[in-house]
Structure formats: C-alpha cells, structure tokens
Design a protein around this ligand. Sequence first.
Ligand SMILES: *Cc1c(COP(=O)(O)O)cnc(C)c1O
Length: 391
Amino acid sequence: MDKLEQDFLRGLQTVLGQPNPFVPLHEPEFMGNEWELVKNCLDSTFVSSVGKYVDRFEVMLAEYTGAKYAVAVVNGTAALHIALLLAGVRPGDEVLIPTLSFVATANAVSHCGAIPHFIDSEFKTLGIDPHALDDYLKQCSLSGSEGLTNRFTGRRIAAVVPMHTYGHPVDMASLLDVANRYHLPVVEDTAESLGSRYQGQHTGTFGQLGTLSFNGNKVITTGGGGAILTNDAELARQAKHLTTTAKQPHRWEFFHDVVAWNYRLPNLNAALGCAQMERLSDFLGRKRLLAQQYQEVFRDIEGIGFVVEPANSQSNYWLNTLQLRQPSLEMRDRLLTAANDAGYQCRPTWTLLHKLPMYVDCPHAPLPVAEHLEASLINVPSSAKLAGGGR
Ligand SMILES: *Cc1c(COP(=O)(O)O)cnc(C)c1O
C-alpha cells in the first residue's frame, strides 16, 4: 500500500472508527414514528391507492420545500418522466442533462421518446456549468419560431435538467439566466437534494417543476417513492391526473380520458414517508456534523480534498464526497479497493452517461470537467448516525 492509500484509510478510520465489521455507504434510520404509522396504515387496510397518508405526505413535502404543490409518485424516475412530459418534452426532442448523473436522469428523457444531450459540470457544484452551457448553445443552437433547435441534428431542444449532485445545489441564478435567454423550460432533478437550499430557497422550486426520490438510499425513504414539485396549479392537477390512470372522479364509473400511467405512491409507503419527514431536520443536522468531521480530518491529508457546499448554498450532504487532487482512475480504484477491503463501503461517482452503451450516440458538449470528476470523486459512508463517531 502506498502513502495515499494509507492516509485515506487513516482518515476514514479517524472519522468513522473501526468498521466492526462493515460501514455501509448510506443506511436508512427508523427511530421515530415509522412503526406506528405503518401499523396504523395496515390496521386501516388502506395500504394501496386510497388513504390519508398520501395526502398528508404531500402536504408535508409542500410545506417543507415551500413548493405550492407536491404530487407523490411511485419513484423518482417516474416523477422525472411525468415532469418532463408536463414541461413539453415530445418524442424526437433533445433534453439537456448533465453527463455526471445517475442513469435515471437520462432514462426519464428516453421514456418520453426524447434524446438526452449531455452537458458538462463545474468543479464548484459538481452540477451543470451554466457558463459552459451558454457558450455551447451559442455554437450549437438556433432560435426560431418553434423554439430552440440543435443546428447539427435539426432536433428541437425542449428543456434543461439541472441535477443537484450529492445534495450540492447548482448555480441556479446563472442557470435560470441562461434558460430564460434561450426560452428553455427548467425541470430540476432534486432526487438527491431534499433539504438543500440555494440562496435560502429549496432546490426543486426554481424550475417549472422539480422531482424528488425517496429510494432506500436517499435522505429520507418511503421504501421506493418520489414526488413532483411545482408552483403551478394546472401542472399539479395534470401531474396527479397522469400518474393516476387519468380517471375522471366519479362514484362508480371507470372513465379515463387519456393514455396515462399507474405511478401512484401506495398509502403504505406514504405512511413511512410521513414518519420520515418528521425526522428530516434531525437527519440533516447530524449529516452536516459528519461532513464537518470529514472536512477537518481530510484537510490535513495531502492529495485528497473534501467537497464542500457551494457558496450561497446549504447542502444536505446526502453523500459525502472526497476528491483526488490528481485525477486518476487507477488510483481511484486502488483507494476504493483498500476502503472496501477494510469494511468501509465507498463508491466511485457514476460512469459518465454518454459512455453507457444506450447513450454513446447521443449528442454531447465538450465534457472535460465531468471527465476529470469521474476520475477523482469517491463517495464515503454518509449515514446520519455516523456523526460524532456515534455507532
Ligand atoms: C435516485 C435518483 C433518481 C431517481 O431515483 P428512483 O430510484 O427512481 O427513485 C433520479 N435522479 C438521480 C440523480 C438520483 O440520484
């Protein structure tokens, strides 16, 4: 083992203690009213598509984020699929998304019959670089009566999807400025950033629509689940309608007015979500403390930095992230091997989406920063309960 591997392991051990035998990357925690609300839900027999917890969960999400409306759905990918449709994405369109993201961001675009068009990230936020996007659109797009088109493919560019990576907010002021100048609808992929704010405002409330995920590894979980956020009453109504088979309300009749989806969040999952929402501010406080511990310990380790929240932002520190000073896939993988062998579950960032077989032929901007980040980012154990060495 060379010095960097030793220093890396020593840093993890200082923050996390002995693995004993294994420290997961991100574990959910059910120490509040989860058992009680799930039991109430079972006792009520309303476990599926009817029941009070879905409404209550939606109210809690809207109040917490400051969005006027929240529509609970079955997972974050489904939320993004419907949000993109509602933003006007049609088959054959292109949608601008970061290449540094989880595959769901691109898949949701594909589910609309549209084509992902991959954009670079910036070091400060790990999210879309609005200035690089602006320069790139100047060269590759044309504005006309149908809106923006890609001058090389002839396809319409229908929307842009900023994703707040590991909870760190995108530079939204600059991004909104670019999107407004090009008349591009903004749909925020807020799957990782429940609890993250930009200039005091919750992520997911800047664009026309924002989407959340409550998968088991996210800040709060419903087992599986997601939500669509919007301030627009009509978009919220359509989001509910399209995710619930487009059934017109009636005491007994089955009348559905368009082809729609069964993307409803079951009441049982919503019951878990209500209990988790009660715990959210506690989770966030401890996650912030853990991030501070990583930051302090890795400040003294040469060759590895800790990714801190961007200026004017408050990150939820969903996944704590270390960054090699010198990008190297080989060194990254050696550190991952050493950590995982020692019982600390660490992960690389995602393989860049434009390299995945189904997306290799999609259009993309120059991606130097994303390539650099791919070879230098490592996620380290981030569960709230790890704060203060408290296991
Ligand atoms: C988790 C996640 C999603 C959606 O996840 P689901 O598993 O479908 O709930 C979407 N985008 C990003 C960036 C994510 O991390």
